[in-house]
Write a protein that binds this ligand. Structure first.
Ligand SMILES: Cc1cc2nc3c(=O)[nH]c(=O)nc-3n(C[C@H](O)[C@H](O)[C@H](O)COP(=O)(O)OP(=O)(O)OC[C@H]3O[C@@H](n4cnc5c(N)ncnc54)[C@H](O)[C@@H]3O)c2cc1C
Length: 286
């Protein structure tokens, strides 16, 4: 690890100004550090500064009517412990609980998960089906980007080097579910992970898949198959599952799963996720 100085700004303006003073490869942004600590071990000699977000006022969780705004540096464990999350965003709650163990979730943040943009992320498929908006702040001010546009590929996002993720906004509570399949239940990444959510305002389903490169992806053609059916029956789920399996942008790999198995799995898990989300709807989770 090269020697670097740790900078801990106390205001957003100071943090952004700090990023502007150095070239992209010379600075690393630190939130919970669960991913970054590995990167620092492998960092090249150009790294000069680590900018810690620890003292910024972003460890927040706000409900404004139906809209939930989560500050980017709030530990996942705090989100998990908020009763509103499990009740109003069950899919998000399930995805958070899929991230490592409790000690990890005391440090790991939503901002860090987005910043890393890993194809294996447990949170990104759910963010997609909830139409989450990512609020960014930089030298030119603030801007918001839908999570679908925010993600470009493995470890690639639209974030400029002098921008930071301030918060993530969820426009409305949605009956939702997150399911994954792993070779080993702990300390492993998913062979496939899926998320499903029903938008009450638009009366339509959103489906997404994760666990495979290059990035978590929505499945619009499969969504069309479910149309506006709030509680799809088996004959309605079957064409959705077939479409998802066909549409899935994947190859197999020798370590975790063949292409054929993943294509089969995506249909099975999506059907279960839609049923689970529909059950939340009938329980009145809103
Ligand atoms: C043992 C272990 C198990 C794990 N298991 C899982 C798992 O099951 N599922 C899963 O999804 N992930 C898992 N992870 C990955 C990791 O914990 C998550 O991605 C976590 O959410 C990252 O958050 P962090 O705050 O620790 O990010 P950090 O490590 O601090 O940062 C990660 C990246 O995001 C950037 N960044 C962070 N915050 C911001 C911000 N506000 N603005 C701009 N850029 C920012 C950083 O610069 C860095 O590049 C695991 C990691 C470990 C070490």
């Amino acid at each position: 690890m090269p020697p670097f100085s740790l900078v801990t700004p106390t205001s957003v303006e100071e943090a952004v100004a700090e990023l502007r003073t150095v070239a992209p490869g010379e600075v690393a942004v630190l939130a919970g550090g669960t991913d970054l600590s590995f990167d620092l071990d492998r960092a090249g000699p150009s790294l000069r500064r680590v900018l810690s977000l620890r003292r910024l006022p972003w460890r927040t969780l706000d409900w404004n009517g139906p809209v939930l705004t989560v500050g980017s540096t709030l530990p996942l464990r705090s989100l998990e412990e908020d009763p509103g999350i499990s009740r109003r965003h069950p899919g998000l709650y399930q995805a958070i609980r899929a991230v490592g163990g409790v000690p990890l979730r005391h440090r790991a943040t939503l901002g860090g998960n987005l910043g890393r943009a890993s194809p294996a992320s447990d949170l990104l498929p759910v963010l997609l089906v909830l139409d989450a908006e990512v609020d960014l702040v930089g030298p030119a001010g603030s801007r918001s980007v839908g999570v679908d546009r925010f993600l470009l590929g493995p470890r690639r996002t639209v974030l400029a080097h002098d921008e930071l993720i301030r918060s993530v906004r969820f426009p409305e509570p949605r009956p939702s579910a997150y399911l994954w399949q792993r070779v080993r239940p702990a300390n492993d990444i998913s062979q496939i992970a899926v998320a499903a959510a029903f938008s009450p305002s638009e009366r339509r389903w959103r489906l997404a898949v994760g666990g495979i490169p290059p990035r978590a992806t929505r499945l619009p053609d499969a969504e069309q198959r479910l149309a506006s059916s709030v509680a799809p029956t088996d004959p309605e789920l079957r064409p959705m599952a077939e479409e998802a399996s066909r549409q899935l942008p994947i190859a197999g790999d020798r370590r975790r799963a063949s292409e054929e198995y993943r294509r089969h799995l995506v249909g099975v898990l999506l059907s279960r996720a839609v049923r689970a989300a529909a059950a939340h709807l009938s329980e009145g989770a809103r």
